[in-house]
Design a protein around this ligand. Structure first.
Ligand SMILES: [Zn+2]
Length: 198
C-alpha cells in the first residue's frame, strides 16, 4: 500500500479538466454527440496522424506469432517520427478492438500533449522490445487523456443514468471492461449519478 502511494504520480493541476474539455472539443469537431463513442482511428485521421499496423512492417512468422499473443506476450503501440519528420503511430492489430482503441488513444494523447520521448528503446527483439521511453509523468498524462478521450465523463454519466452495467458500457463504447471500471473509479461518477437520482 505504501509503495503504491509513494509511486503515485500527481497530475498537473487542471489536467483532468482539460482532458474532459478536449474530449468534448474533438467530438464537436468530428460532429459526434458529447455522450457518444469517439473512434480512435477517426481521431487520428482528424489529427492527420497516419496509423499503421505493425504487420505492414514485418512478414517474419515468428514476430507475427509473438504479436498475436500466442506466447502470452503483449505489444500495444508506438509513436515514431519518420525520416521526413512526420509523426506516425504503429500498433498491434492482433489486440482486441477495445484494446486497439485505447492503445491508439494513448499514443494520440502523447502527441496531443507534445510529449517528447528520449529515444525508442530496443531491449528485446523487434518489434517487442520497441517502445517509447517517456518519463512517468508523461505516461500518467497519456493514460489520463487517452482514457478520457475514449470514455469522457458525459458518456459515463449518460450510460449510468440509462442504467447500463459495466459490460454494456464497454460494448457500447468499444472499450475494455477494465477501462470502464478505471474511468468510473477515477471520475467518481457513480456517486454523482446516485446523488442525482435520489
Ligand atoms: Zn505511453
Amino acid at each position: 500500500m505504501d509503495k503504491i502511494l509513494a509511486t503515485k504520480i500527481i497530475l498537473k493541476r487542471g489536467f483532468k479538466a482539460n482532458a474532459e474539455r478536449l474530449a468534448k472539443e474533438y467530438r464537436e469537431k468530428l460532429n459526434i454527440h458529447p455522450c457518444a463513442a469517439l473512434c480512435a482511428f477517426k481521431l487520428a485521421e482528424y489529427l492527420q496522424i497516419p496509423v499503421y499496423k505493425i504487420t505492414e512492417f514485418t512478414t517474419n512468422q515468428l514476430h507475427i506469432e509473438l504479436l498475436s499473443g500466442k506466447n502470452g506476450d503483449e505489444w500495444s503501440a508506438l509513436t515514431m517520427i519518420t525520416e521526413v519528420g512526420t509523426t506516425i503511430i504503429i500498433h498491434n492489430p492482433f489486440n482486441s478492438e477495445a484494446r486497439q482503441q485505447s492503445d491508439i488513444m494513448h499514443e494520440l494523447s502523447h502527441i496531443i500533449c507534445e510529449h517528447k520521448h528520449e529515444k525508442i528503446v530496443h531491449d528485446r527483439p523487434i518489434p517487442f522490445g520497441m517502445r517509447n521511453d517517456y518519463n512517468q509523468i508523461y505516461e500518467e498524462e497519456a493514460k489520463c487523456l487517452g482514457s478520457t478521450l475514449q470514455l469522457a465523463s458525459p458518456c459515463l454519466l449518460w450510460a449510468l443514468k440509462k442504467g447500463m452495467n459495466h459490460e454494456e458500457i464497454a460494448n457500447y463504447f468499444n472499450a475494455s471492461l477494465d477501462m470502464v471500471k478505471f474511468r468510473i473509479n477515477t471520475t467518481g461518477i457513480a456517486k454523482r449519478v446516485n446523488n442525482t437520482s435520489k
